[in-house]
Design a binder for this molecule. Structure first.
Ligand SMILES: [Zn+2]
Ligand SMILES: [Zn+2]
Length: 143
């Protein structure tokens, strides 16, 4: 599906330490070429730490169809393969900051269901961060 796809495990180690704080333990998300743990993602969402400088991929945003997306991979809980989610920089920052609007949340969760996944399996979308209708519960304030 355009905007969301599973990437069959590429033989790459999933336990690469965080590229910023070097913590290990879980398969962390990848943003561009960097492996980033949830704590460092939070720092990024707060606008702290080194900003991400990255080339955009020529895909279309899952939410708004704008071309030019952040290269982002996440490992769904209990899933085997990493998942690529194509989001433009604006929607990616909302995603990282846990402040997607309901419309965007619904598009993403519908696409996840299409792959047999649930938003609860995606760390940045799980139920502590959004209620079932997609209201943000713990948004990170905009920097
Ligand atoms: Zn880290
Ligand atoms: Zn977008």
């Amino acid at each position: 599906m355009e905007g969301l796809r599973l990437i069959p495990a590429s033989g790459q180690s999933t336990l690469t330490p965080c590229s910023r704080c070097e913590s290990t333990g879980c398969p962390w998300d990848r943003i561009g070429d960097q492996t980033i743990c949830p704590d460092c993602e939070e720092q990024l969402a707060l606008g702290e730490g080194q900003p991400l400088i990255d080339r955009l991929a020529p895909h279309h945003c899952l939410v708004c169809q704008r071309q030019g997306t952040v290269r982002y991979l996440t490992y769904p809980l209990h899933g085997r393969d990493p998942l690529a989610i194509d989001l433009c920089t604006g929607h990616f920052h909302d995603f990282l900051g846990r402040r997607l609007d309901r419309y965007a949340y619904r598009i993403i969760s519908r696409a996840l269901h299409g792959l047999g996944l649930s938003p609860k399996q995606i760390f940045l979308l799980h139920e502590a961060f959004y209620d079932e209708r997609g209201h943000p519960l713990q948004p990170v304030p905009e920097p």
